[in-house]
Design a protein around this ligand. Structure first.
Ligand SMILES: [Zn+2]
Length: 402
């Protein structure tokens, strides 16, 4: 009997949830327009957004969007408090403009959690600032791969940032760099945020289903504290290494399988990367692990070696001195201070010689794709599985209706 009630409850909830979910979505298969590519900032700028050019004034910008000179300059007649809203508009802030009968109608500037609107009222402009009123919904995308997720996705009109999020999530999961193949298929769900005045912004990808000839991968962004993507078994698909252990000025020597040694003058492999930095700059460990070596190590000088999950090791050499409390057996988190830049051992100047080894084989810290290490705990995994099931249902509701 108990089971029956449970089942009933689940079905009712499912129907409820589905109807809410479908009601929220205006139409399946919305054609995405090409939002301008602005690097990989998050969230993506609103659809059809433009930006101030360097040194361009708001008055100039409005003219570029169809306002006559006299209309644009009517801004100067507004009270100072209104004008002030427009004085610190940055070139990075997206602006969406509309015309009516080829004439300027309005422009809307996304300013953090507010929207500043410049609206035409006859031959005058009004300026208002309002808190962003955002309605979120989930939309569906699908790419049948011919060349790459990015290229084929762009051809279909998907935003570059969405495609980069998909690529980043999949990159560490697809085995051995055998990236996508022709005929593979990616389906994804992503957030849309609609604001006042029809301004629309893209949010993040929340779910990726990759169906390949060799492998099927389902990644879902965990809604809890960590917003990373996890696969069905709860393994993180997000690269868990911090890229560099130090704030450096330049790479004084790259990873190489054979280079002329700067001191010995003979050709020797360079199993790490040399990061030149000021004396005594802080050095941070790049991934969680256990210190297995802390001491002088021949030409490496003061060296720390950290053992990580997945048979990874990182090594930091030529240190000036170690951080307090760092000794063999210490557990460290990614980003923990382990020592300070020096030039001990055989070295031509202050730098960190940084190595990563996998099963004791050196890999290039700059150009390698590093692994996923973390895993969800039992409680988190339970939530994660419910979320995956929820997205499965929603994805089906989209693809069924096509
Ligand atoms: Zn080196």
């Amino acid at each position: 009997m108990k089971d029956f009630i449970k089942l009933l409850l689940i079905s009712v909830l499912t129907v409820l949830w589905l109807s809410v979910a479908t009601a929220k979505i205006a139409s399946n298969n919305v054609k995405l327009s090409d939002a301008p590519v602005q690097g990989y900032i998050a969230p993506a700028p609103p659809t059809g957004a433009d930006f101030l050019k360097p040194k361009e004034t708001v008055v100039g910008f409005l003219q570029r969007h169809g306002a006559s000179k006299s209309l644009a300059q009517s801004l100067w007649k507004l009270p100072k408090s209104k004008q002030r809203l427009l004085t610190d508009v940055q070139t990075s802030q997206p602006i969406v403009c509309y015309k009516s009968n080829k004439k300027f109608k309005s422009c809307h500037i996304v300013a953090g959690k507010s929207l500043i609107s410049v609206v035409r009222l006859g031959d005058q402009l009004s300026v208002e600032k309002k808190a962003l009123d955002v309605t979120k919904s989930i939309d569906y995308g699908e790419i049948n791969i011919k060349t790459s997720i990015f290229q084929d996705g762009r051809k279909k009109g998907y935003d570059a940032q969405l495609l980069n999020e998909i690529n980043t999530a999949l990159r560490s999961v697809l085995q051995d760099g055998k990236l996508v193949r022709k005929g593979d298929r990616v389906e994804f769900l992503f957030e849309r945020k609609r604001m006042d005045h029809g301004v629309e912004m893209l949010g993040h990808v929340v779910d990726v289903l990759y169906t390949g000839t060799k492998q099927k991968i389902h990644l879902t962004r965990y809604s809890g504290k960590s917003k990373n993507f996890y696969d069905e078994s709860g393994r993180s698909a997000t690269i868990s290494f911090i890229k560099y252990p130090v704030h450096f000025s330049h790479i004084s020597s790259p990873f190489s399988k054979g280079r002329k040694h700067p001191v010995y003058g003979i050709v020797k492999p360079h199993h790490g990367v040399d990061l030149a930095a000021k004396m005594k700059t802080r050095i941070k460990v790049t991934a969680p692990g256990k210190v297995t070596y802390a001491g002088v190590k021949g030409g490496y000088g003061n060296t720390i070696i950290v053992q990580h999950d997945g048979d990874y090791k990182t090594l930091y050499a030529h240190m000036h001195h170690f951080a307090k409390n760092i000794k063999v057996g210490s557990y460290v988190h990614a980003g923990d201070l382990i020592g300070y830049v020096g030039s001990t051992g055989v070295s031509t100047g202050p730098h960190v010689h940084y190595e990563i080894r996998k099963h004791n084989t050196p890999i290039d810290p700059v150009n390698s794709i590093l692994p996923r290490l973390s895993k969800l705990g039992p409680q988190e995994l339970k939530i994660h599985k419910q979320e995956q099931a929820k997205w499965d249902m929603l994805r089906l509701s989209f693809s069924d209706s096509v």
